[in-house]
Design a protein. Structure first.
Length: 609
């Protein structure tokens, strides 16, 4: 945790700095208000300790300025003035709490903990990533139940990674969060600490690439989905492909005329280029057509067509070189041939996600549920072994998969694998029926997480009929997602991808209406394109992250883009986005990443009910 101390008394500053650093806080110090304000503008802090009487900018004005720009960092006032009026003025200025000098150090530390805990009240003290666990309440770290001994810096580095999930952290971000200004180490210091932390994790039995390098950008925790054993991972990918293929094929047919129009624009530009007369409005139209084809073809799972269109776009940017006209013509021919092959692919029927009903050793309950489903002609499959879950999920013509084996028969590893498949990839709804009170089995249930747990006493025929009815009906969509993209086929394609999920998708094709729509909708997640007229997605993201309204500063933001170069990725992450999805991979990655972002906002329990 990083603290800014703004105090002009050198004795107090040195004392607090020493004590706070001993307790693993990162501390930056400023001896006057204006310097403290410069720090606030440059860095993010978890708490500000602020003296009231300061040179250049006093604590009250500092606090007012902080709140006026929408900065909600907790502020703890340090004051030698014990009058009620001064305390009220400070609290009215936006401070969260105060202590009166001279103060007891134990009281100050307690108030610091309270303010930081209040800010992070929605976060569990236990941070989990596969077999890795960090308990921030007692600073204990374990891997596969083995305690890790870490240095204070290694502990803070690991905590930063765990709180960031699979988000990429640049070296600059790591330096900002884990070192104070006085230390100011080089980026090589980050590399060295990453190396040491990897070594300690490996000694505890973790894979050496648990913290993976994103070359040219930074580091992140290896996504959990990639830790699934290969057989399960491939089966899970197959499930996703089956669910998205039909929706994408339908949209592809719907926008056939749009594709034809864009190809026609490129053909017109090609003829003009061969005559050495490509310029003006036609040149701009051709650039736009190539850009939109690159994105559109990519999201339909057609990377070759996307690559060809992207190369054509790059050539159009340097069209003044006449010798490139022949290359452009060849690319256009290859693109047309690719599109013709795509048009010949048959469409398939739409598929649906099965609900999983997990029944823990209750044969009579299984019999009642299956009887009710048979009565209303619901297609279901009974699974009696844990290993049969994944193949059953792959049969997407089913409305339900009924798990009939006992938790007592499942190893922790089996439960972990199943939880990863359900939560990280398929985002499948699960209803768990059990009255088991055994401690070990309850721990297994906890590993599943985010599922309904019903006790025996609540189950009767009326309840079972209600549950069966939820399988039969389309569930109410509750998670609100706003997608902003000026390409109508992208909007339709994404709509098709999320159609079978519990997501209420709103699409916006005109960024100029963005603020009106987002204020009315109040979405739980925002998806932005990078290149759009009026406002780019990066500009919108920056405006949201700097908006005084805390809803927009904390709103999960995904980018959907055809550009996969490092410069674009850096711009996206620097603007404050949570993640980036390339349109060439959107058919398999979009829905899982949407659910992962919503999960971080603790919305997934509602989504899956």
């Amino acid at each position: 945790m990083k603290i800014l101390l703004v105090e002009d008394d050198e004795t107090i500053t040195e004392t607090l700095k020493s004590i706070l650093r001993d307790r693993n806080y990162i501390v930056d110090c400023a001896a006057e208000g204006e310097l403290g304000w410069e720090f606030v503008e440059a860095y993010d802090y978890d708490l500000i300790l602020l003296d009231i009487v300061l040179p250049k900018l006093n604590g009250i004005e500092f606090c007012k300025r902080l709140r006026s720009v929408g900065n909600q960092t907790p502020v703890l006032l340090l004051t030698a003035q014990n009058s009620s009026d001064k305390k009220v003025v400070g609290l009215d200025a936006g401070a969260d709490d105060y202590v009166v000098k001279p103060f007891e150090m134990s009281e100050l530390l307690a108030r610091i903990r309270v303010l930081i805990r209040r800010r992070n009240s929605l976060e569990s003290p236990i941070l989990q990533w596969d077999k890795l666990s960090l308990n921030s309440s007692n600073h204990e770290v374990t891997y596969d139940k083995k305690i890790l001994t870490l240095t204070p810096k290694e502990y803070r580095l690991l905590e930063l990674f765990l709180r960031s999930g699979d988000r990429v952290l640049t070296r600059e971000i790591i330096l900002d969060r884990l070192w104070d200004i006085e230390e100011a180490p080089s980026e090589n210091t980050v590399t060295a600490h990453i190396k040491d932390l990897r070594r300690r994790l490996k000694q505890a039995g973790a894979n050496g690439d648990l913290i993976e390098t994103v070359y040219g950008v930074g580091y992140r925790l290896k996504p959990l989905a990639t830790n699934i054993e290969p057989t399960n991972r491939e089966k899970t990918k197959k499930v996703l492909r089956q669910r998205t293929k039909a929706a994408l094929a339908t949209v592809w047919q719907k926008f056939a005329e749009v594709h034809n129009e864009r190809i026609a624009t490129l053909e017109q530009a090609n003829r003009a280029w061969q005559r050495h007369s490509l310029s003006g409005e036609l040149l701009q139209q051709a650039k736009w057509a190539a850009h939109k084809l690159a994105g559109g073809l990519g999201i339909f799972g057609f990377p070759e067509g996307s690559r060809l269109a992207l190369e054509m776009e790059e050539l159009l940017k340097i069209h003044s070189q006449e010798d490139l006209a022949t290359q452009f013509s060849e690319l256009l021919t290859a693109l047309k041939n690719s599109l013709e092959a795509k048009r010949s692919q048959p469409a398939t029927a739409n598929q649906h996600r099965p609900i999983i009903l997990a029944v823990d050793n209750r044969p009579e309950l299984v019999q009642q549920i299956t009887a009710q489903m048979a009565a209303v002609q619901i297609k279901f499959k009974l699974v009696t072994e844990p290993e049969s879950i994944v193949p059953a999920i792959a049969q997407t013509e089913l409305s339900a998969v009924i798990w009939t084996f006992s938790l007592a028969d499942c190893t922790t590893e089996t439960i972990n694998d199943f939880a990863r498949i359900v939560n990280d990839k398929s985002a499948l709804p699960v209803i768990l029926f059990t009255d088991n009170s055994d401690r070990d089995d309850l721990q297994k249930i906890a590993l599943l997480g985010r599922h309904i747990l019903l006790q025996r006493g609540t189950l009767n025929m009326k309840a079972i009929k209600a549950i069966v009815k939820t399988v039969q009906q389309v569930r109410q969509k509750v998670a609100k997602v706003l997608l902003v993209d000026d390409d109508p086929q992208i909007l339709d394609a994404v709509s098709g991808l999320v159609d079978s999920t519990k997501i209420d998708l709103t699409v916006l094709d005109n960024p100029s209406n963005f603020w009106q729509i987002i204020s009315q909708l109040k979405p739980d997640l925002l998806i932005l394109d990078v290149a759009m007229p009026h406002f780019t997605g990066i500009e919108l993201c920056q405006l949201l992250r700097n908006d005084p309204d805390p809803r927009w500063r904390e709103l999960p933001i995904l980018f959907l883009t055809v550009h996969n170069d490092l410069n674009t990725l850096r711009q996206i992450l620097s603007a404050g986005a949570d993640d980036c999805i390339y349109k060439t991979l959107a058919s398999s990655e979009l829905v899982p990443k949407i659910f992962n972002c919503l999960d971080r906002r603790q919305l997934l329990p509602t989504l899956l009910v």
